[in-house]
Write a protein that binds this ligand. Structure first.
Ligand SMILES: CC(C)(COP(=O)(O)OP(=O)(O)OC[C@H]1O[C@@H](n2cnc3c(N)ncnc32)[C@H](O)[C@@H]1OP(=O)(O)O)[C@@H](O)C(=O)NCCC(=O)NCCS
Length: 383
């Protein structure tokens, strides 16, 4: 038996596709060296300061900020599409209570597909309609699951509140404070799109086969779930809890770094400077700590970051401070990644339209490093 490698040019190989440009996009731009991000050319700082998640979504989908009347109509469509079919609630009721919220979300988005009147229509108009229904209803699905797994009946969506406030309302059954609603809105704006990140790439790969929009989003949800991607925000919070006290940070970090453990919330494939989204979330985390007087998670985060700055040249990323922000809002840890998903769905869907608009099947090659010319052995002769 011989082991051979194919004679692919080394220059075409890239583990993890690092440095490979696999698509052109006009949706978001990351300047990793200077730590800058823009959506459709507008700096993320301006959007976090002045926009809403709904308006940012319109920007991503239509390419420019909506006029006042367009935004009003857009907001109205969001509100009118918040309800999910009873049949999908019935599916959630049938799931084991230990199902992870991301696993549940993947199942629920699949289940929503046949109830969408335009599920198999791949025209741009139909895809925008489907995106509105999906983006409007994903928070309802997640909040419903939180209620169901705790033996409570889902809260009917509000027809008055904005997207972020309504999500918090459905999750807790209580109207959120304006500060909490705005913090969630900013978090949703910040997470809405981010170049060709792994889940967006997964969505585009699925779209490139001319599969439908719901299938693309299901692929993306499964990809976001992993701890190296969207799942990192949950891992950050588990680390903060494990550390437990700011006095224990140094000892924890010494042990973690010595054992080459990855510190969640740090490092990035594209950013060499700190992630601009993290700076916003740091501010929110600090504001929450100050306003509630509960500074423990913010203090531990700051201490970890200081040690990372002193010992590693790794940028802080979006997941680091979002953990303490969501935890301070009383949100269960396993709901952190679903919050990422209810925001990122706006970017995923924008990328799906972009992929369809100039499609070519995404199909890289692998370098075969296995055996060749292996004879088939009969069942009785195998050892
Ligand atoms: C984001 C991430 C997956 C990028 O991965 P990548 O570009 O493939 O980079 P690598 O994992 O190959 O890391 C390169 C080097 O930096 C180190 N490194 C990267 N992230 C690290 C982290 N968070 N903590 C400690 N070391 C880290 C790696 O161990 C590796 O070191 P080595 O060259 O000595 O082996 C990676 O930084 C990571 O795992 N971060 C933690 C998870 C996270 O926060 N994910 C959310 C991203 S928004």
């Amino acid at each position: 038996m011989t082991t051979v490698t194919t004679d692919k040019d080394a220059a075409t190989r890239s583990k993890g596709l690092e440095g490979v440009i696999a698509a052109q996009t006009g949706i978001s731009y990351i300047d990793g060296v200077n730590g800058r991000l823009s959506y459709r050319g507008i700096d993320i700082n301006e959007l976090a300061e002045r926009s809403s998640f709904e308006e940012t979504t319109a920007l991503l989908w239509y390419g420019k900020l909506p006029k006042k009347s367009q935004l009003e109509r857009f907001n109205e469509k969001f509100v009118n599409n918040r309800l999910i079919p009873n049949e999908v609630i019935a599916i959630l009721l049938g799931l084991p209570k230990h199902t992870s919220p991301m696993g549940m979300l993947r199942t629920a988005v699949s289940a929503l597909a046949p109830y969408d009147p335009e599920t198999g229509d791949n025209s741009l108009d139909a895809n925008v309609n489907k995106s509105i229904r999906l983006t409007a209803s994903m928070p309802t699905v997640i909040a419903a699951w939180e209620r169901i797994r705790n033996g409570l009946w889902p809260v009917t969506p509000s027809t008055e509140m904005g997207h972020a406030a309504n999500f918090l309302y459905m999750l807790t059954g209580k109207e959120p404070s304006p500060e909490a609603a705005r913090a969630m809105d900013i978090a949703l704006i910040l997470h809405a799109d981010h170049g060709l990140n792994a889940s967006t790439f997964a969505a585009r790969i699925t779209a490139s086969t001319l599969s439908n929009l719901h299938s693309s989003i299901v692929s993306a949800i499964g990809t976001l779930k992993g701890p190296l991607h969207g799942g990192a925000n949950e891992q950050v919070m588990r680390m903060l809890l494990e550390v437990g006290d700011v006095d224990r940070v140094e000892q924890y970090m010494r042990g973690a770094l010595a054992s080459k453990k990855k510190i969640m919330g740090f490092g990035h494939r594209v950013y060499k400077a700190d992630d601009p989204r993290a700076m916003w979330l740091q501010k929110l985390s600090q504001e929450m700590a100050t306003s509630t007087g509960k500074t423990r998670w913010y203090d531990i985060s700051e201490s970890i970051r200081k040690i990372m700055q002193e010992t590693r040249s790794l940028p802080v990323n979006v997941d680091f401070y979002s953990a303490s922000v969501y935890y301070s809002m009383g949100i269960p840890i396993d709901m952190f990644t679903p919050i990422f998903a209810i925001s990122r769905v706006s970017g995923w869907t924008a990328h799906v339209y972009e992929q369809y608009s100039d499609n070519r099947l995404i199909r890289p090659e692998s370098e075969y490093v296995g055996a060749l010319n292996v004879p088939y052995t009969s069942l009785e002769d195998r050892t």
